[in-house]
Design a protein around this ligand. Structure first.
Ligand code: SAJ
Length: 407
């Protein structure tokens, strides 16, 4: 084994693919994770997350000796912090993982080393970590290269996008930016755009907030259209024929661990200024609540009309179409809420992308469709697009499966 050149801290959805990618370009990587089980799995050449092509990349890198996982960092030349930045109960960002990752490597740092944060972070985090480092190691002041470089990959296409997406790189000074650019040049084929650390931090938050705001617009339209008796998907398709209009799709809310989280990093630091960003979060959260209420009222209407309780199919649990990821999923929130309101009801819960779930009893989608009186489409999974024979059923289409002709 050669000398370790790169230490990555955090071997999750971004940290592991990044480590494998760097290792595949022939650079010695030492990946660190607090979870011993994760470390053991990786050292066996296996993976603990679902991501196409990642298994092969990790297996190869471990076999060739370019990637090793551990619970502790070692001395290297470059340190990448790729740990989660969740938010606390009050929607304030929690940068404690970034802090402890930084503290773990402070004793290892030496003149000329490169320290990069990739974790989504509130504005000013990189400067804060720089101060923390120099407080502990004053002799290194201005001798380190410190930068922020966010990832912007789409789950499901991570291995491709890590290489081909453009990246924004912001150092705390110019020499840091240049050093960080040289580092990424070794394995990124997309363009590398130089800026300062604060702009790079804000850029990541802006990208996801922008998408959140745009989805909120579509969700708001869906609420208006429901009242107005207009098919929102037809409306959006028609409005998008305008050369300068491009509206996104409404759904049952916004989920995942990025778009539904990152805007709060802006709102919590700049509450007075971030009116649209904050309201978009509220609109998208409200949409999920509204869907749950709509299921409830449709159920009651059925009972009144037919004098019996309906059987209800709840179609989809994932946070977006065609994935098995249920984290921060609005569909899961809706299903939970519906079951809480009515725990004696007859429900078929469907999620074709997973085999079983520790809380929900899952039903095959064809069986659910056949048996249900009310069918609720929560997630636009491909399997649901070819469903036939539902003409006589009561359908709530929250994701455009039936109503969006272009879907
Ligand atoms: N959604 C809609 N309507 C749409 C598009 C999406 O309701 O028209 C919903 C989805 O169903 C889902 C949520 O939004 O619940 C988020 O899904 P997504 O596909 O928009 O995004 P993510 O969370 O999978 O990945 C995003 C990406 N960011 C942007 O597109 C700006 C990705 O590039 C980032 O790297 C990722 O967040 C991240 O890690 O920050």
């Amino acid at each position: 084994m050669g000398k370790v050149k790169v230490v990555t801290i955090g071997l999750g959805y971004i940290g592991l693919p990044t480590s494998a990618l760097i290792a595949q370009s022939g650079i010695q990587v030492h990946g660190v994770d607090v979870n011993q089980q994760v470390v053991d799995t990786i050292n066996q050449g296996k993976i603990h997350i679902v991501e196409p092509s990642l298994d092969i990349a990790v297996e190869e890198s471990v076999k060739k000796g370019f990637l090793k996982a551990d619970v502790k960092p070692v001395e290297a030349e470059t340190y990448l912090v790729v740990v989660p930045t969740p938010f606390k109960g009050n929607h304030e960002p929690d940068i404690s993982y970034v802090e402890s990752a930084t503290k773990a490597i402070i004793p290892l740092l030496k003149d000329g080393d490169l320290y990069i944060i990739e974790s989504t972070s509130p504005i000013g985090t990189t400067e804060k970590m720089m101060q923390l480092i120099y407080k502990e190691r004053p002799e290194l002041k201005d001798k380190l290269n410190i930068a922020y470089c966010p990832e912007r990959v789409l789950p499901g296409n991570v291995m491709h996008e890590l290489v081909y997406n453009d990246r924004v790189i912001g150092g705390v000074d110019e020499k840091s930016t240049i050093k960080a650019k040289e580092f990424y040049k070794q394995f990124v084929k997309g363009e590398l755009h130089a800026t300062n650390a604060r702009t790079a931090e804000m850029c990541k938050l802006t990208e996801n907030s922008s998408r959140d705001v745009q989805i909120a617009f579509a969700n708001e339209l869906s609420l208006i259209c429901d009242k107005a008796g207009v098919n929102v998907w037809e409306l959006i398709n028609l409005a998008n024929k305008h050369p300068r209009v491009n509206i996104l799709q409404p759904g049952c809310g916004v989920g995942g661990h990025c778009i539904a989280v990152d805007p709060y990093f802006i709102v919590s630091d700049y509450p007075m200024e971030s009116k649209i960003i904050g309201t978009a979060r509220e609109v998208n959260n409200y949409k999920s609540f509204w869907c749950a209420e709509k299921i409830q009222s449709t159920k009651l209407a059925f009972e009144l009309k037919h004098g019996k309780k309906p059987k209800i199919a709840l179609m989809g649990l994932a946070f977006k179409p065609n994935i098995d990821d249920l984290r921060e999923s609005p569909a899961k929130y809706i299903v939970n809420k519906v079951l809480q309101n009515d725990n004696n009801g007859d429900y078929y819960i469907v999620e074709p992308n997973i085999d079983n779930h520790n809380v929900f009893k899952l039903t095959d989608y064809k069986e659910a469709i056949e048996k249900a009186d009310i069918i609720v489409f929560l997630v636009a999974h491909n399997e649901f697009k070819n469903i036939k024979n539902i003409k006589n059923k009561n359908v709530l289409d929250f994701c455009g499966i039936i109503n969006n002709k272009l879907c």
